[in-house]
Design a protein around this ligand. Sequence first.
Ligand code: ADP
Ligand code: MG
Length: 233
Amino acid sequence: MALLAVEELTRRFGGIVAVDDVSLDVGEGEIVGLIGPNGAGKTTVFNLITRLYRPDNGEIVFDRRSLLRTPAHGIVRRGIARTFQNVELFGSMTVLEHVLIGRHARRGRRAREILGYVGLAALAHRSARELSFGAQKRVELARALASGPRLLLLDEPAGGLNHEEVGELGALIRRMRQDFELTILLVEHHMQLVMGVADRVHVLDFGRRIASGTPGEVQNDAAVIEAYLGTNA
Ligand SMILES: Nc1ncnc2c1ncn2[C@@H]1O[C@H](COP(=O)(O)OP(=O)(O)O)[C@@H](O)[C@H]1O
Ligand SMILES: [Mg+2]
């Protein structure tokens, strides 16, 4: 039984079918990659799961219950946390304050413990706007962890990071799964990172799921290769 099951999900924006009849699953304890060229619908899938958008069709089941009856503000309580492709922090708030507001009783840990875990202890009292982009991304991660999620949705966590930071991130993602007993759905363009950490990968192209499998399987899938070659990426 999957922890998260997306079933025949569709979302249109005007004439664009951003997510087109997509089904995918994430098993408890898995790290699953969600990849695809720009505009493939990856972020929209996250926005549908977190109830920022309403689907035109389809179902999303989390922990055996529909998410479609859960409002956006109830998502954290259901045990789902996310980070954003474009970091969304409050510039004047400190690092520690961000983690304190992310805190949630059920599986939440002490804010300072989490800051130490993601390597931000020394920056606890700095305001978000003073931080490097890489540090801001770790604040988002800390805020998400502080809510004690079962499912963590990461939207391009490696975006804007340098080579060394990407390597550290891969190790951190694996460690977090273990230490926080997480299930992780990872949207990422950095192929080396995804293929290195994911147990399985789902591939979207123009809103449709074109492949699913182990990293080795999808990398050798003809439709996947064509989707990426078609973008000259
Ligand atoms: N709020 C929105 N309004 C209009 N179009 C949108 C909106 N969100 C996404 N789209 C469109 O849906 C498609 C998929 O976008 P997105 O999910 O952001 O792709 P990805 O994250 O894979 O790059 C794109 O064509 C995008 O322009
Ligand atoms: Mg996106």
